[in-house]
Design a protein around this ligand. Sequence first.
Ligand code: G6P
Length: 477
Amino acid sequence: MSQVVVASNRGPVSFSLSDDGALEMRRGGGGLVSGLAGVASGQDVLWVCASLGEADRTAARRAPDGRIDRAGHDTGGAAVRMLDIPAATFHRAYNAVANSTLWFVHHLLYDTPRSPHFDARARRDWQSYEAYNAAFADALAQDAAQGAKAAIQDYHLSLAPRMLRERRPDLRIVHFSHTPWAPPEYFRLLPDDIGAQVLLGILGADHAGFLTERWASAFLDCCEVVLGARVDRVARTVTCEGRTTRVGVHGLGVDGTALRERAAQQDVTERARALREQVGDRQLIVRIDRTELSKNIVRGLAAYREMLANHPEWHGRVVHLAFAYPSRYDLPEYREYTAAVQRTAKQIAEEFGTATWEPLILQVNDDYPRSLAAYGLADVLLVNPIRDGMNLVAKEGPVLSERGCALVLSREAGAAAELSEDALVVNPYDVSQTAEALHQGLLMPRDERAERCARLVSAATALPPQRWFADQLAALD
Ligand code: G6P
């Protein structure tokens, strides 16, 4: 029984099977892992997560109650329980509902040829999403001590707070959304009963957390319009079905010290040396993303192309390093998008490349130390999502940049709420404006760049993950 229980789809560790059938454990990345590692030390924390593949499921089955004892080292002492959710249920809940439907709604990703089609099959997928959420609620209900705090993360688990409250009314529950939240007119693409269940599920929590005011306020709008709930915008509360839930904003930044320490390690410095040799004395534009539709990589590449076309003075003097790491490859939209990114990159190479100048280097294999090395060398960092809950690349890059980088930042990223004064802010759909911002970033005098970057670093490190997580728990007191 634990005093703090955490739930998220992706956990702090994952497994792979080696050739001889042995299970190998890896630490998962991301702000939640570092946030929890800081809070867990000395506390009694249990982290419940899903098995993401066959190796995870094998590990979950072999461990008593799915408890992975060896994980504590990577989580600052938190115990980990991995749920053995049947593969078909997981696939429908994660791919069909969470990543295809809810992710698309919150990031406004539907377009006319691919507008949603909620038929009998979608209903079956929804039942799997309910079963998946119930599996989490059961595990949390089983493992939480009397009066414990439960911190439930993200759109995969929007039903779990209410389900957990039904099972354990003594618990104090927070739900946190790492994504944007859709405005009501877009949210209402969801079938009425499903939209209502999503909102009521989150309202099962005592506190619903969001990354920015904008997403919190969209959630309040949806509660009012879709549920007819009573919303107090000053107190930031929603009252529905006799219960009141508080809504809070908890920004997430980076732990500057931990990030700099990681970047000082040898695997990063070696890669930095190799990148430096590759780029020479040219200026460097860097982007680092999962190959994700909302990250707007194709328009980013198009903007670079337009800049090269409009400003031939940069030919031979700039390199664009674009890291686009594989993501959610089970979804056809993501496979098509990856192909589109590669096609666009090839066109740019053919159009502008010469025997002595490679204008664009696209890397698609995930390499975390290489990403850190690239941040260090960037002159301009491009972060242009069409919509993003926060975007930590926009915060990590300035922290590690050695000479101070210019940040070209989409106004639709949550991070823009904190960084817009010192970034070059763009409308992510406006390719020409983005092209001009890249040009301005490259032209920016070194002193100005360094001054702006120093202010970006202060803003980026003001709310480290430890603080973000502790704030969520404190909101329950
Ligand atoms: C976003 C979500 C996270 C998710 C991550 C990676 O940041 O908010 O919950 O873990 O994307 O996506 P994946 O589907 O690979 O877990």
